[in-house]
Design a protein around this ligand. Structure first.
Ligand SMILES: Cc1cc2nc3c(=O)[nH]c(=O)nc-3n(C[C@H](O)[C@H](O)[C@H](O)COP(=O)(O)O)c2cc1C
Length: 359
């Protein structure tokens, strides 16, 4: 933690987005520096899983949004993540919302962002992803351009699948970001099921059968429980391979940071509880048959373990990485192995959803 402990006060004095770009530029130029700051992540056979035919050394991955443009994949793998989700990528490049659009809430270990899918577009990002395939599990998170009306959203997702299905290890349909007007309206069964069907048919056409990337859907924590439940059942029947729970929230649980009025998606510590509730609900609704990636306020090994016991097979981190730095991955991985042993589990698969089997 030492390197990051020294760097963090400097980075936190700079505007959050400028600090982000500075860090990404440094990481893309000097991936070895990430390894130095992160230390070596120890292997624990009890944490190794095979899901969708992909091999995960442990369950801790990087959430979408940090490396939207696939600029620092080697460095991020050196931080120890077992998988990295790039994007959200849209078909055409777009600048996103006006700045400032990223805010730190240090007293809450939280962030608010309204980035609005700023990204280099499918062609540029695909060029970089292609270069790094084989380095580790790389997922690609797909979204529509701001200028594409919802009636034509299919065209955007299909264009993206054509580009990314041949190279991505998994694909994510993102209909849950709060910062693209109208995007979350696609989370109704009426819109989402035909979209999923069209996307999975396109994936099957484009990718060879032996290398077909699983298709996941990333959901919002702000949907009502009943809607999440019926959506999960319908998605499981529609052939989706997994769910990601959750994206950021537009609700504002009681916050410790004074005077926070910014609009956008809240992530980090204040999101943890609701995101875990959603994982629990989705696991119950699908009878544990659909792998879930838990995302939202995972900042410690305890947080990761909570998501796993609630039903997540894997977890993702974004905000925790900003506050705790790259050593976080190793701490989480060691901490998870300890917790499994403490609770008498010989393998992580026994812990996934364990809360549901408690008498
Ligand atoms: C600055 C920022 C940008 C994000 N961009 C995206 C994005 O482009 N696509 C997406 O699906 N999620 C995005 N997210 C959401 C994260 O992937 C994650 O689901 C969420 O932040 C909850 O995890 P956390 O509490 O560990 O941050 C973003 C989050 C942050 C903080």
């Amino acid at each position: 933690m030492l390197v990051y402990r020294m760097l963090r006060p400097i980075l936190f004095r700079i505007d959050p987005e400028a600090a982000h770009h500075l860090t990404m530029a440094a990481l893309s130029r000097a991936p070895w520096a990430a390894g130095l700051a992160a230390g070596k992540v120890q292997e624990h056979p009890s944490l190794h899983q095979s899901l969708w035919g992909l091999s995960f050394a442990h369950p801790v991955g990087l959430a979408a949004g940090l490396d939207k443009n696939a600029l620092a994949i080697p460095a991020l793998f050196r931080c120890g993540f077992s998988f990295i989700e790039v994007g959200t990528v849209t078909p055409r490049p777009q600048p996103g919302n006006p700045k400032p659009r990223l805010f730190r809430l240090p007293a809450d270990e939280a962030l608010i962002n309204r980035m609005g899918f700023n990204n280099d577009g499918a062609t540029a990002v695909a060029g970089r992803v292609r270069r790094w395939t084989g380095l580790g599990v790389i997922g690609v998170n797909l979204g529509k351009n701001k200028g594409t009306p919802n009636e034509r959203a299919h065209d955007d997702y299909l264009a993206l699948v054509n580009v990314f299905a041949p190279m991505a290890d998994y694909l994510v349909i993102n209909v849950s970001s709060p910062n693209t007007p109208g995007l979350r309206d696609l989370q109704t069964q009426e819109h989402l099921l035909p979209l999923v069907q069209a996307v999975s048919a396109a994936r099957d056409r484009v990718a060879p059968p032996e290398r077909r990337p699983p298709l996941l859907v990333k959901l919002s924590p702000d949907l009502a429980d009943a809607d999440l439940q019926s959506l999960a059942i319908a998605l499981a029947q529609s052939g989706v391979d997994g769910l990601i729970a959750t994206n950021t929230t537009i609700t504002r649980p009681a916050l410790a940071t004074p005077g926070v009025q910014e609009a956008g998606g809240l992530s980090g510590r204040p999101l943890r509880q609701r995101a875990t509730e959603v994982v629990r609900l989705l696991y119950r609704a699908t009878g544990g048959r659909l792998p879930i990636i838990g995302s939202g306020g995972v900042i410690s090994a305890d947080d990761a373990y909570e998501k796993i016991r609630a039903g997540a097979s894997l977890v993702q981190v974004y905000t925790g990485f900003i506050y705790r730095g790259p050593r976080l991955v190793q701490e989480m991985v060691d901490g998870l192995a300890e917790r499994l042993a403490r609770d008498g589990f010989s393998h992580i698969r026994e812990a996934v959803g364990a809360d549901h089997r408690r008498r």
